[in-house]
Every structure is written in C-alpha cells, then in structure tokens.
Design a protein around this ligand. Structure first.
Ligand SMILES: C[S@@+](CC[C@H](N)C(=O)[O-])C[C@H]1O[C@@H](n2cnc3c(N)ncnc32)[C@H](O)[C@@H]1O
Length: 202
C-alpha cells in the first residue's frame, strides 16, 4: 500500500489495527521479562502509527525514533504526545535505506527495534528488504523485539506469516533468537501472535 492509501485509512477511520495503547504482550515483556532490554540507547519503532509503543519505550527511558510512511499517522502520533515523554517522529519508508541514512538512521545507529504490525503491513515480496533494513540499523550486540501476527489467512494487510519464516528472515540478516514463542497476554481478536527477542550477532 502507498503512503496515500495509508493516509486515507487514518482519515476515514479504517484502522482496525488500532489498540489505543501499546500491545499488551509488548508492555508485559518490557516491564516484566528477565531478558527485557534496558535503557539507555536509541530505539526505532518502524511503522509506528499513532506511536503507542514509541511512547511506552520513551517512558521507560529509551531515546526513541518512530517512523511511518503516512503523514496522517505521524500527525496523530504528535497529537498524542505527552508532556515529559519525548519521541522523534520522522516520515520515512522503512524500505528506503538511502532516505533513512539521510535522516540520521545510519548503519548500526540503533541499539534496538520494536516491531508491532509494521511487518504484516508490508507486501510479503518486500519482507527481505524490511529484514535487511533492520539488520543494517541495529548495532552489533543490539536487539530486535517484535510481536508478529502469524495468521494463515490469505490476502492483506495484515499479511499472514509462519513463525519459522519470521525467524528465518531475521536470522538471515544477523539476528539470533533469545525468545521466540506464542505471545502471552494478547487480545482475543489477534489469533496466533508470536513474540520474539533477537540479538544482533557481533
Ligand atoms: C497496521 S498499521 C500499525 C501501526 C502501529 N504499529 C500500531 O500497531 O498501531 C501499519 C503502519 O505501518 C505504516 N507503514 C506501512 N508501510 C510502511 C513502510 N514501508 N515504511 C514505514 N511505515 C509503513 C502505515 O502507514 C501504518 O501506520
């Protein structure tokens, strides 16, 4: 889908993905899991939408950059900004390494990435480009935390995926799974969500 098509969805309220908060399994993991990444460090939220995950991370003490292809998504993210919880919002295509680099998102510039429903928004044919982008941006020793909707329905977005595909893709760009399994605490409407934490090989 193009940026304009995503803008239309926001403007028309066709935003069935919207939870009004950071995804509960990610909140739970970041707040409670013994392997949860800890601040400080710069973290990217790709396809950040209204920015719920970005604000959660900023509240935990990370320095957060939320990027989205849609002007309307970022307008909403800025509208929801909270006093004392500061994020950087940039309009960028996660699949465009030249534009990312130009805006300061250079190779190894991030300690981590938090993924939530950006991967499933991207055409499956472009998933290799998404994974390469993530592998490039995260510094060696850094991490990738993702909540993936591994449903099997045809069409999309949200495009489905299989757990072994997701792990294989991330492994192919230098990540190694520390956690990868069915998510805890997800909403009933999101069947078969998987949560993973990968570390970038040094
Ligand atoms: C399903 S929404 C999810 C938004 C947010 N992550 C959430 O969970 O509420 C997908 C988001 O990814 C954005 N997006 C789609 N393709 C993108 C791309 N290539 N680069 C950056 N953002 C993209 C869309 O504009 C949209 O805001």
């Amino acid at each position: 889908m193009t940026a304009t098509a995503w803008d239309q969805r926001y403007l028309e309220g066709r935003d069935g993905w919207e939870l009004g908060q950071a995804a509960p399994p990610l909140q739970q993991f970041l707040n409670e899991h013994p392997l949860s990444p800890k601040p400080p460090g710069r973290v990217l939220v790709p396809g950040c939408g209204r920015g719920h995950e970005a604000r959660l991370l900023a509240g935990l003490g990370f320095s957060v950059t939320g990027i989205d292809i849609s002007t309307e998504a970022l307008r909403e993210a800025r509208r929801l900004d909270q006093p004392g919880v500061s994020c950087q919002w940039l309009q960028l295509d996660v699949l465009d390494p030249v534009a990312l680099n130009k805006e300061g998102l250079a190779a190894a510039s991030m300690i981590g990435v938090v993924e939530h429903t950006c991967f499933c928004a991207i055409d499956p044919a472009r998933r290799g480009a998404y994974a390469r982008s993530m592998g490039t941006l995260v510094a060696p020793g850094g991490w990738f935390l993702g909540l993936f909707w591994c449903h099997s329905r045809s069409g999309g977005p949200p495009f489905g995926s299989q757990p072994e595909q997701v792990n294989g893709l991330l492994e192919s760009v230098g990540f190694e799974a520390a956690v990868w399994g069915p998510a805890q605490g997800g909403l009933p409407s999101r069947d078969n969500e998987w949560l993973g934490l990968w570390r970038r090989r040094s």
